[in-house]
Write a protein that binds this ligand. Structure first.
Ligand code: ATP
Ligand code: MG
Ligand code: ZN
Length: 269
């Protein structure tokens, strides 16, 4: 960015007053290097140009910060997920083909400005988080002014809990809830995994419910994408019904029933 103080006049500058007068600034024109000009007019022009340059630079930086948010501020356990996209989502069967289509159709609707929630449900390792990330990355590429964030629910809660003891940790409850509330598109990844073993029907702690409720309530007019292994009945047993009902408002469901766990596809024993 240029600064007006950094602009230096050349050493061999030839200057002389001329007979022309600037009525706006009540001063005589000067002949500077064979150009006749009012020095005050010129300074004003230069200042405006610099202000425009500064403003454009700020907008460019803001836009870049919005674009980078997904990559720099997402709360992940597994950073390799940041590489998940539609291009490297390989379809091998009918269900994967259909679910990729459904996700691409949702992307189209988001791009038109529609607001709704997506639920990716089904067993472990079937590509729920992969497709959720693919959606965010496509939204992020399509419009550099939208903000997208991917948050692993368990990791998010762990970081907030850690901030209770560790003052250096910026992930305070307020920081995290403000961050997750502010973004245009949010993925809440692996909902329900934070309460431990999914078969024990444990109730989520008041603390977990309170944080999720805060985020969900504040995002009523924004789109949220949720992935989970857990069915609705179990979710209602874990969190209160009102919270689950809010999360399921205006839901677009993408369910995996037959797809096999991709994490263990190459291992046979
Ligand atoms: N169709 C696919 N093509 C390419 N890679 C895939 C596909 N489905 C899943 N994967 C990869 O397999 C791994 C597991 O997928 P993913 O993390 O999306 O599973 P998940 O359904 O979210 O599982 P969990 O419920 O355990 O979180 C990831 O590395 C993902 O990139
Ligand atoms: Mg997952
Ligand atoms: Zn002038």
């Amino acid at each position: 960015m240029r600064n007006i103080a950094e602009i230096k006049l050349p050493h061999n500058l030839q200057m002389a007053y001329t007979s022309k007068f600037c009525y706006q600034h009540q001063c005589q024109y000067m002949l500077i290097n064979n150009k006749e000009l009012c020095t005050v007019c010129e300074t004003e022009k230069l200042t405006q140009q610099l202000e425009r340059e500064v403003a454009n630079e700020l907008i460019a930086r803001q836009t870049l910060a919005k674009y980078n948010m997904l990559y720099k501020q997402s709360i992940l356990q597994d950073e390799t997920l940041l590489d998940a996209g539609f291009k490297n989502y390989i379809v091998t069967d009918h269900e994967e083909t259909a679910n990729k289509e459904r996700a691409l159709n949702a992307l189209k609707q988001f791009r038109k400005g529609e607001v709704f929630n997506i639920w990716f449900t089904g067993n472990t390792g079937v590509g729920k988080s992969h497709l959720a990330m693919a959606l965010l990355r496509s939204l992020n590429e399509f419009d550099r002014h939208v903000t997208c964030l991917f948050a692993d629910v368990d990791e998010m809660l762990r970081r907030i809990r850690d901030s209770f003891q560790n003052r250096e940790n910026k992930f305070t409850e307020k920081y995290v809830t403000d961050l997750l509330t502010s973004v245009d598109y949010l993925v809440l990844d692996d909902l329900g995994a934070e309460t431990g073993d999914i078969d024990t029907e444990k109730r989520a702690s008041d603390y977990t419910s309170r944080i999720l409720r805060g985020i969900i309530n504040a995002r009523q007019n924004k789109s949220t994408i949720i992935t989970t292994n857990i069915n609705r009945t179990k979710l209602e047993a874990m969190y209160d019904r009102k919270l689950v009902s809010r999360m399921m408002k205006n839901t677009y469901l993408i369910h995996f029933a037959e797809t096999k766990d991709k994490r263990i596809r190459n291992i046979e024993f």
